[in-house]
Each structure stands twice: as structure tokens, then as C-alpha cells.
Design a protein around this ligand. Structure first.
Ligand code: F6P
Length: 323
């Protein structure tokens, strides 16, 4: 391969810049020309490409966001949009792609390969950590640390006022952030989309016969939890138990920004490097991930469609410590 392109796609994640840097410098180290595609599939369709060299990625390893920008492209979901994208890639002489993103982004890359034969290797960039084939995704560790910092602050005021706080963290379909931030933040209860059991335990905690004697409590809620998020949960509880007093904090997009942790920078550097080396070896339609601290490749089909299960041991810890 003489020329490849890199893009970031879907929700941004801290560490994406470190991954772009790793991709660019690995390509250059292998005497391969590299260009950037701005705003993911949107830029692919709109012919928004930029030249990249070693200096274009100087001083970005510590920056949150993505210098290549990102988008969720509706046009790419149409066959006309994809045909335009392929035409632009062909015109640029691009022979392979590196996609930094999540599930939806890899689905786009897979379809592009099936329709036009352009090979792609993915690096998992999403705070949600919900991709099969990797123990951690780029951005997850930073997002969890951001959430824990916020939980620690809320603990102070919860303690002062003897209050219950429901803190909502991101995770549309998964409870990874909630579980990790909840355990690290000492939450009494964690509500996640993957478990129904936790809902009953939370109710027991506040309203059961053996209700908690604790003066204040922290409940961490994943945004994708089936009752509709922290606000709705507290409203429902108040309707049933009018004396119940609780505050809600929604952390939201604060979790998507900020300086990536050292862990995310190292992970991004390893996976960005591995993705390019795999592409140059002739691999395609695969994601470079980390398992047991080793870099591994997983077929897009598995990364996209298989479910990565939460660590049951972490959930167990919440119950053990809640006494
Ligand atoms: O996929 C990452 C994520 O941050 C989810 O946790 C969240 O539900 C979603 O993106 C929010 O997306 P947007 O920024 O497009 O509203």
C-alpha cells in the first residue's frame, strides 16, 4: 500500500488524538503516505481530506476531542452517499482506511468494504467501552475518571446535607461507565441496562424492611437504564413515596471531553500503531483491541454484533460493600 487515510467517527472520546498521532507516525515510519478525512463519513462524501505529516500531529497526544473532527453521517447510510465516498477515495488514490470509532463507525467501514472492496482496520474509540473484542476502548478510562471526580465532589455536599443523590453517567446501551465509576465512587447502588436485579436492590436500600441506616447515599445510574434515566427514576420514586427526598445530577457530555489519562494515551498509541501495521500486512475488516494487555485483532462482525458482558465480579462488589 502506498497511501492510506485515517478518520474519527461517531461520538468523540479522549485519546482519539493520541490514536491519530500513532496512526500517522506509524504510516510515515513505513514509508506510506497518509491523509486525514475530516468529520468521518461526512468528510468522505464531501471530499474533505487533509494532508498529514509527522508535524501535523505534534502536541496533540494530551488533547481531548479530535483534530479530525467527527460526525454521525446520515448521508453515508444511503447507497448514493457511499458511492460518492468511494469515488472520492478512488480519486485520492487511497488504498486502505483506519477508522477510529465505535460500533456504528465500524458498520460503515464494513459496508464500504463489502460494496467497494476498500479494506479497513478499526481502533475502538468510544467512552462507552461496549465493543466486543477489547477489554477497554480508547476514552473509557478518562470518562470514568471524570465521573469519579464529579462523584467525589457530590459526596461532600451529600454528606453535609445527609442527602441521597442519583448521578447519571453516559452509556446509551451499556453500564460500563456506571459500574466502574460506581465502584470507584463508593456508590450504594448502581442502575445499569444489563441488570434488573439492581432496581430491586435499590428499592430495598431505601424502602425495604432492612433499609439503609446511612445518612447519605450515592446511586449511579447509566443513561440507558430501562426506567429512563436518573430524573425519571427519582420522579417515579417520589410518586410512590412522597417523603422521599433525593437530588439528581446528570454528568452528560463533560465525560466526553478533557485531557486523556495516561492509560488512554498508551492504549491509543498501541492500538493506532497496531491498526496500521495490520492494514499494511493485508488484514482487513478487523478491529485492533486489547485483551489481557495484549493487542489482538477481532473481525468487525464479532466486534459489531457480539455482546461484551460486564464483569459480574464488579457488580457483586457493590452488594458486598453495601452494608
Ligand atoms: O457513544 C458515546 C456516547 O457518549 C453515549 O454514551 C451517549 O449516549 C451518546 O454518545 C451521546 O451522543 P451525542 O453526543 O450524539 O448526543
Amino acid at each position: 500500500m502506498k497511501k492510506i487515510a485515517v478518520y474519527t467517527s461517531g461520538g468523540d472520546a479522549p485519546g482519539m488524538n493520541a490514536a491519530v498521532r500513532a496512526v500517522v507516525r506509524t504510516a510515515i515510519n513505513n514509508q506510506v503516505e497518509i491523509v486525514g478525512i475530516m468529520r468521518g463519513y461526512a468528510g468522505m462524501i464531501e471530499n474533505d481530506f487533509i494532508e498529514l505529516n509527522s508535524r501535523s500531529v505534534s502536541n496533540i497526544i494530551q488533547r481531548g476531542g479530535t483534530i479530525l473532527k467527527t460526525a454521525r453521517s446520515k448521508a453515508f447510510m444511503t447507497s448514493e452517499g457511499r458511492a460518492k465516498a468511494f469515488e472520492n477515495l478512488k480519486q485520492q488514490g487511497i488504498e486502505g482506511l483506519i477508522c477510529i470509532g465505535g460500533n456504528g463507525s465500524f458498520t460503515g467501514a464494513k459496508v464500504l468494504y463489502e460494496e467497494f472492496g476498500i479494506p479497513c482496520i478499526g481502533a475502538p474509540g468510544t467512552i462507552d467501552n461496549d465493543l466486543y473484542g477489547t477489554d477497554f476502548t480508547i476514552g473509557f478510562d478518562t470518562a470514568v475518571n471524570t465521573a469519579v471526580e464529579a462523584i467525589d465532589k457530590i459526596r461532600d455536599t451529600a454528606d453535609s446535607h445527609d442527602r441521597v443523590f442519583f448521578i447519571e453517567v453516559m452509556g446509551r446501551h451499556s453500564g460500563y461507565i456506571a459500574l466502574a465509576a460506581g465502584v470507584a465512587g463508593g456508590a450504594e447502588s448502581i442502575l445499569i441496562p444489563e441488570s434488573q436485579e439492581d432496581w430491586h436492590m435499590m428499592n430495598d436500600l431505601f424502602f425495604g424492611e432492612k433499609r439503609s441506616k446511612k445518612a447519605f447515599s450515592i446511586v449511579v445510574v447509566a443513561e440507558g437504564e430501562e426506567h429512563g434515566g436518573a430524573m425519571q427514576i427519582v420522579e417515579q420514586l417520589k410518586q410512590k413515596h412522597p417523603d422521599f427526598d433525593a437530588r439528581v445530577t446528570i454528568l452528560g457530555h463533560i465525560q466526553r471531553g478533557g485531557v486523556p489519562t495516561a492509560y488512554d494515551r498508551v492504549l491509543a498509541s498501541r492500538l493506532g500503531n497496531a491498526a496500521v501495521e495490520a492494514l499494511l500486512r493485508g488484514e482487513k475488516n478487523k478491529m485492533a483491541g486489547i485483551k489481557n494487555n495484549m493487542v489482538v485483532l477481532t473481525d468487525f462482525d464479532d466486534a459489531i454484533f457480539k455482546t461484551k458482558h460486564l464483569n459480574p465480579d464488579l457488580m457483586r462488589l457493590v452488594h458486598v460493600f453495601n452494608c
